[in-house]
Design a protein around this ligand. Structure first.
Ligand SMILES: [Fe+2]
Ligand SMILES: [Fe+2]
Length: 287
């Protein structure tokens, strides 16, 4: 585990963390070495049956919806668990609790997920439904509801979606919460990669569909779900890094902080493994 001077944003009124462990170098070294992006890009480029485009996009949005749903849950779970994260060297009891501030870094992503802006419903699940209906209008001759009947989600993918929703939530003890934080950082980082890869693929290989969905480049379009995720996820990832570094810095037992940092890395590795298995199952459908 690397130690170093963590890049920290200074928040007025927050006590400085002691003996900071900056997980960013370890996380980014792991991510750089992971095969996930190359695998996804290679298989996207190999799609040749027209129906495999909406089928891939359907599985892609199901995975993202399952992962999005766990973000507010994790934020709530951290806030619901007192005496785990404590400001070192401060008062005892309620005055030392740091859990809501750690939850807040996770909740940044949750707030985007459920955004209602100037009366416009920007809830990401809703935007993904708008996106997918428009995709089907472009490349599916039947009525939209018939698509899921014709291409039902296979049991292997349903099981992986269930794992995506519940991983590290079965019995939330401290180790599980730290692993869930590592999983969270992973899902935010890889979401940025995934959405940018899929956007690039669609623009290069399905330009007519993208043009139709973008509706002449209007600010809000059927393509909004995809385009907004090409830039919001990196902010969620940075907030997730802040959450994991602060979680380790405020863990109630500083002597075991390096062990908890390693548990975060286990969670990150578990996400990369799950995402890899998910897309293997998705592309196995069309093989
Ligand atoms: Fe989202
Ligand atoms: Fe996100």
């Amino acid at each position: 585990m690397e130690r170093g001077s963590a890049e920290r944003s200074v928040v007025i009124g927050e006590p400085a963390a002691v003996a900071a462990i900056d997980l960013r170098p370890s996380i980014e070294a792991f991510i750089r070495a992971a095969p996930n992006n190359l695998f996804l890009k290679g298989h996207l480029d190999a799609i040749d049956e027209p129906v495999d485009v909406p089928r891939f996009l359907h599985r892609f949005l199901l995975f993202n919806d399952a992962l999005a749903a766990r973000v507010p849950y994790l934020a709530g779970l951290i806030h619901l668990t007192p005496d785990l994260f404590l400001d070192p060297g401060r008062e005892v009891g309620f005055l030392s609790q740091a859990n809501a501030r750690i939850a807040a870094h996770v909740a940044e992503a949750a707030a985007d997920e459920y955004r209602i802006e100037n009366g416009q419903n920007m809830v990401h699940q809703h935007l993904s439904q708008i996106f997918f209906r428009a995709v089907l209008r472009q490349c599916w001759p039947g009525d939209p509801g018939a698509f899921e009947r014709a291409h039902p989600t296979p049991p292997a993918i349903t099981a992986l979606l269930s794992e995506a929703r519940s991983k590290f939530f079965a019995a939330p003890d401290p180790a599980m919460i730290f692993a869930a934080l590592g999983f969270h950082v992973g899902l935010e980082f890889f979401a940025n990669e995934e959405f940018n890869l899929v956007d690039r693929y669609l623009r290069d290989r399905q330009p007519a569909m993208v043009a139709a969905l973008e509706n002449g480049g209007e600010k809000f379009s059927d393509y909004t779900w995809l385009s907004l995720h090409t830039f919001v996820e990196i902010g969620h990832y940075r907030a997730g890094l802040e959450a994991v570094n602060r979680a380790v810095a405020t863990w109630r037992d500083p002597a075991t902080a390096p062990k908890m940092a390693e548990t975060i890395m286990d969670g990150l590795r578990a996400f990369a493994d799950l995402q890899h298995r998910y897309y293997r199952a998705v592309f196995a459908e069309t093989a």
